[in-house]
Ligand binder design. Structure first.
Ligand code: SF4
Length: 249
């Protein structure tokens, strides 16, 4: 018989939580349009955008599993939409932004604020396909430190405390982001990616943390080689997807 493991339970919990969030947003939108449609159009005219929405694939409270901040409690906001097209992507369902509900920024921030940690991690998909100015501004008002995980293939926006740049061969980063990034995370699928990782590392600042991370499906095969790589190239650190070992989202 199929056993209901912790990951499945966590996943189910996220789905229920997310459906509730989406339902509340729809009801809120419905009721505000009934109450005062003129005030909404006035807000748009004045550029006040508290009703701005973003496609949210999922949002959940967990521990950051990867990189320098691994182990920190954080609220993840996974935005829908990605045009990078990594064939090994483990969140392909994020690619189509139309497939995800539009949530208002105020609803996203309200939900994030209901948890004790004040670390928000914006991820995707490719989150920089969206303008993040308003979302980050509103998160800041609630005292959040804000991180982003991006391929760097779209222009930066928003107020960000930490930029994790994870370049992909399929759509390369824009030039500007390299010097602004705080950690460079190179996902290693094939061993030829190590050479490319070193080329990418030349473009970031001296203070940028260099991380190599085995792509999950190749982890067992490539891990021993990556360990040797770090021993030979000590500026690099090994990053593992520890959330997958912990069976948490
Ligand atoms: S950039 Fe990220 S979300 Fe987009 S295809 Fe690649 S791994 Fe998937």
């Amino acid at each position: 018989m199929h056993s209901f493991c912790a990951v499945e339970f966590a996943h189910l919990h996220r789905i229920i939580h997310f459906l509730t969030l989406n339902y509340e947003t729809k009801m809120q939108t419905l009721s505000s349009s009934k109450i005062d449609e003129s005030s909404i159009s006035m807000k748009k005219t004045l550029g006040v955008s508290s009703d701005t929405t973003l496609p949210v694939m999922e949002a959940f409270y967990t521990l950051q599993g990867e990189g320098v901040f691994a182990g920190h409690a954080a609220y993840f906001i996974r935005l829908g939409g990605c045009d990078v097209g990594c064939f090994w992507c483990d969140v392909k369902e994020s690619w189509d932004k139309e497939a995800h509900p539009q949530l208002s920024i105020s609803q996203i921030v309200k939900e994030a604020s209901s948890f004790p940690a004040r670390l928000a991690i914006i991820t995707g998909g490719e989150p920089l396909m969206h303008n993040l100015n308003e979302l980050t501004e509103e998160l800041k008002k609630e005292g959040f430190r804000i991180h982003i995980e991006t391929s760097g293939a779209h222009p930066l926006s928003g107020t960000l405390d930490w930029i994790t740049l994870s370049p992909k061969r399929f759509k390369k980063p824009l030039k500007d982001i390299y010097q602004k990034s705080h950690e460079l995370k190179m996902v290693i699928y094939a061993l030829s990616d190590l050479e490319w990782a070193q080329t990418e590392a030349k473009k970031v600042s001296d203070s940028c943390v260099l991380l190599i991370q085995p792509e999950w499906s190749k982890s067992e095969k490539n891990l021993p080689i990556l360990i040797e790589f770090v021993k030979e190239n000590p500026r690099w650190k090994l990053s593992l997807q520890t959330h997958k070992f912990m069976n948490i989202p």
